[in-house]
Every structure is written in structure tokens, then in C-alpha cells.
Design a protein around this ligand. Sequence first.
Ligand code: PLP
Length: 402
Amino acid sequence: MILKAVMLSRTSPPAGTAARPSASRPEDRAGAILTIDLAAIAENWRILKKRVAPGCDMGAVVKSDAYGLGLEPVARALQGAGCVTFYVAHLDGAIALRHILGPGPRIACLNGPNKGTERDHAAFKVMPVLSTPEHVKAWCAYALKEEVLSESIVQVDTGMHRLGLSEREFAGLMDDPDGFLGLHPQMIMSHLACADEGANPMNRAQLGRFRAMRDTFRTRFPDAKASLANSSGIFLGPEWHFDYARPGAALYGVNPTPKAPNPMLPVVNLKARIIQVRRVDSPGHVGYGAAAHVQEGAKIATVSMGYADGYLRSLSAVGLGVLDGLKVPLLGRVSMDLMTFDVSNVPDSAAQPGAFIDIISNVVTVDDVAKAAGTIGYEILTSLGSRFHRRYITAPQPRAGT
Ligand SMILES: *Cc1c(COP(=O)(O)O)cnc(C)c1O
């Protein structure tokens, strides 16, 4: 039997090989290993929960596959921590989440209901965020036709000019007795433009406008709750918390207070496998464009990861790894599947093929990588590629020395 299988595999075309399980371990095949600490995500949720008033419903934003970290494991971890309100961007995410979480939790769809999706919102118990007069009109029409009061969220624009009813549109709907007819709004919400800059006067200006619109809204819907704060908004102070808080990035370890030390636990570790270590024989160049110079005797490690894995090419020459506790600078350009580090200062015993260079760690954090790339931690996380071997830590782990 075994002999026959081997013979078959030698002679049959590649199509027949697809179903055959590979004999090696996934972590041995992958170029890089991404470890996601679900216990830290749960703890970050609790850290934020302690900052808001006891009556505030601290939810979690899990849009974009939970900021690239995996919707299913992350949502389950948050549910385990006590989270009952979840926010996603699209209906597909909301439906996936409903299958993961079961019927209990509230699910809100931030980008609003596309035409023709009303029934699915109702079927999967997804609250749409109504941000335009068209959204409101379509949702009211649906509610009246079906004779159901499906829950929804009304978003108002308090100064960001991105999504939400303008003050004039809102006033128009409020003045019209049929403006919100058939609606059963769970809350009125708005979004802060500058919450990560605590001293920015935008924050108080938006707060003032939001309070006024909420108060007006409550003349029609006395039970409507209110929501304004994202992660950074929670750190602006209790005035910004209202009834529902909507943190995302901070749960995943991004610093919500960029000018102060990070109050959140790190969540992500990413390490890339060294394929080759090269001792330079004579002065020369490294990588595409021969962009980096190296001296004789320099030691270069090439790792099995590149911009196709979401490590932005703009990190060329400015990225930083950690090997054997030592910071090692990225040399030259990031390639699609490869990049090179200067490991001259690392002992040969550590700098060798099969070892791993930390790309995101407690030493070089998501925020550090983002800063070097000229972007924000959000983009680094949501760019994380699909080729990594992913490991999820579920139990609280003893933390290595800080
Ligand atoms: C993404 C998003 C959030 C979460 O923001 P973070 O800065 O990641 O905490 C909250 N509310 C809305 C409307 C969003 O789009």
C-alpha cells in the first residue's frame, strides 16, 4: 500500500499532490512566525474597561480582520474578557462575527448598509451605522415596509467631515416629523479626528457639538445612548466616554497616548528566519540598487521575509531588528520576499541560518516600526501578511524581562 502510494506520487501530475498532507511542520516551512498574545488582548480590554465609568459599555472594534490579527481568535478572546459590543466595517465581517460569537453580542457595522443588504442586517442582527440621509431614508423605508423596528445607530459629523450626518442634515431630519420615522436607534455616535493629540482644541470642539446633537436627538428618542470615544478618546477623560466606548488599536498594543509611555501590553511578536549569513570578503554593496555599502569583514544576515509580507518597503535602510538581544539595522532595500540585516556585532553562535531575527517585539514595538516607516501602528498591523506561521497565545504567559 505504502509502496503503491509512493509510486503514484512519483508518476502522477502535480494535481494529485494537493490533497497529500505535507510531512513537515508549518512553522518549519514558513519564512516568519507571527505570535499573537490573546491573553494580552483580553488584559488590554480590561485595562481600558477600568478607565471608563462602570455604566459605560466598553466594546471592541474588530474591523479589518481584527486589525490584521485574526477575527475569530481575537473576537473569542474579547468575548471571554466580557466584551458584548463589537464594531466591524463591512457586513461580511459582521456576518462572520455573528457565526463566531453566537446570537448574544451586539454587532455594529460602521460603514453603513449598502443598498439591498437590509434583510441580511435583520437576519444576522447587525446594527447598521446610518451616516447619510440616504442611509436613514433607506432604513426607515425598510423598517416601515417590514413593520419591524430594527435597531440601528445614527452617526453625526462633529467636525471630521468623513462620515456622519452634517449638522444641517441632522437638523433637517429632526425638524421633519417623518425624518426618522420607523427608526429604533440604539445610539447616536460620532468620531474624533484628533483624539491621539490630547491638547488639540478639536477634541473639546467636537465634544461640544456632539453633546448638543445628542441632546436634540433625545427630544425624539429619550432612550438613545451615545458614543464618541475610540482608543485615544478614552484617555481624553470621562467627559468623552458617554455610554458606549469603541476602542480598537489600543487593544492590539498600539499606544493610544503617543506622547506618553504606552499604557497597553504588547500583543504582537514577529520574527523572521535567517536563511544565510554572509561574511563580506571585500568592500561592496547590498541588495537592489546596490543601495547600502558594507566594509570588509561585515556580517550580513538574509531573512525569509519582505514587503510581500507587509513589511513596508519604505523601511529600507531605516528598519531595525533584534537578534540575541542586540539591535541589528536593516541594510539596503526591502525585497519582496527577502531582506538583509547587518549582524556584524552579533556573535556567530547566534547569527546563523535557522535563527530568527525579531522584527516586531517588546524592544522594537509596532509603534517603533511605524515611526521608522513614516506611518502609524494601525497600518503596520493591518498590513501583516498571510504567509506567516501564526501562533496564538491563550493563557497568561510569564513575561520575559522588560
Ligand atoms: C476604527 C474606528 C474606531 C476605533 O479606533 P481606534 O483608534 O483604533 O481605537 C472607533 N470608531 C470608529 C468610527 C472607527 O472607524
